[in-house]
Ligand binder design. Structure first.
Ligand code: 13P
Ligand code: SF4
Length: 297
């Protein structure tokens, strides 16, 4: 199956991008695996005619926003992100007005329509840089309240929250982390900034998914507890086979991130099904927000 997919992708000049949370067999067939920022940058730079986006809907939309001339395929159209659905463009515009039109920073885990009414995007890898780059003393961050609280703790600006969250990161408890720490007393605890503040307080390092892979390589430690979705165990163990990785909680499993199968990819590549398009008037406005983020580097 892997060889068939890769041969067909080559024939059709398609590139396969996979998020770090995708199932192992999907990551193994992909040309590039990465965090949301790396996926955006790769989608913007590729010369391929077709982008197969193995992740969730907002990731395929981001690729379509950046590459209107390319065909962007999401092999399973049901793969969405519950957090992205916690904000609508109408509600965001109303809140921005209430706050006196302060700049809106929107996490990439959001729809194209929400990005279109935002001033700039951010990812977990660049959120602090983006907040500090804003030419205003107050900002509104959406949709992730935990990412916003993390940013607020690392800036002098006032950060207004939106009440959204990732159900899997938000549900991680202090008890679960303490139990993992006592089971693995020598391990460092690395947490994703989508986790709540009481979890981040327990962390030795706070990182995006690819940031965790880099941190594990640079650290002198050889055991790590990961406060993130369990799909990361595959690429991090592959990158550092001599080190040990443990999930902070086995419950951190995002069903949407597991919806794409090798069969879906082959079908999508063969029939060009699952195309994700963004209406041009929304795309142009959303591109402004995404491009501003990418240009900050
Ligand atoms: P990153 O890989 O950008 O850290 O994203 C985490 C996430 O929840 C993506 O859905
Ligand atoms: Fe959305 Fe959380 Fe799943 Fe990422 S892990 S796609 S933020 S629900």
């Amino acid at each position: 199956m892997k060889e068939r997919i890769q041969a067909l992708a080559k024939k059709k000049n398609a590139i396969i991008l996979a998020h770090n949370y995708q199932p192992a067999e999907i990551q193994e067939v992909a040309d590039l695996c990465g965090d949301s920022l790396e996926m955006s940058i790769k989608a913007a730079a590729t010369k391929a005619d077709i982008i197969i986006c193995c992740g969730v809907h907002f990731m395929a939309e981001t690729a379509a926003i950046l590459s209107p001339e390319k065909t962007v395929l999401l092999p399973n159209p049901d793969a969405g992100c519950p957090m992205a659905e916690m904000v609508t463009p109408e509600a965001l515009v109303a809140r921005k007005k209430e706050l006196g039109n302060i700049p809106v920073i929107t996490y990439v885990n959001s729809s194209a329509a929400v990005k279109a009414v935002s001033d700039i995007c951010c990812t977990s890898a660049n959120v602090i840089k983006v907040v500090n780059a804003m030419d205003a003393d107050e900002v509104l961050m959406t949709p992730d309240k935990n990412l916003a609280k993390y940013a607020a703790a690392n800036t002098t600006k006032k950060v207004h929250l939106w009440e959204g969250y990732c159900p899997f990161h938000n549900n991680l408890t202090v008890q679960e982390v303490m139990a993992a720490k006592s089971a693995h007393p020598k391990a460092l605890f690395v947490a994703h900034p989508e986790c709540p503040p009481q979890i981040l307080e327990l962390a030795d390092s706070i990182q995006s998914t690819s940031g965790m892979i880099r941190f594990a390589g640079e650290s002198s430690g050889d055991q790590f507890i990961l406060g993130t979705e369990i799909g990361l165990l595959h690429p991090i163990s592959k990158a550092h086979p001599q080190k040990q990785f443990y999930p902070a909680s086995e419950k951190m499993m995002c069903k949407d991130m597991k919806k794409i199968s090798l069969e879906n990819i082959l079908e999508s590549l063969t029939t060009l099904s699952g195309e994700v398009r963004v209406p041009e008037e929304i795309r142009i406005k959303a591109l402004g927000s995404v491009q501003k983020m990418i240009d900050l580097k």
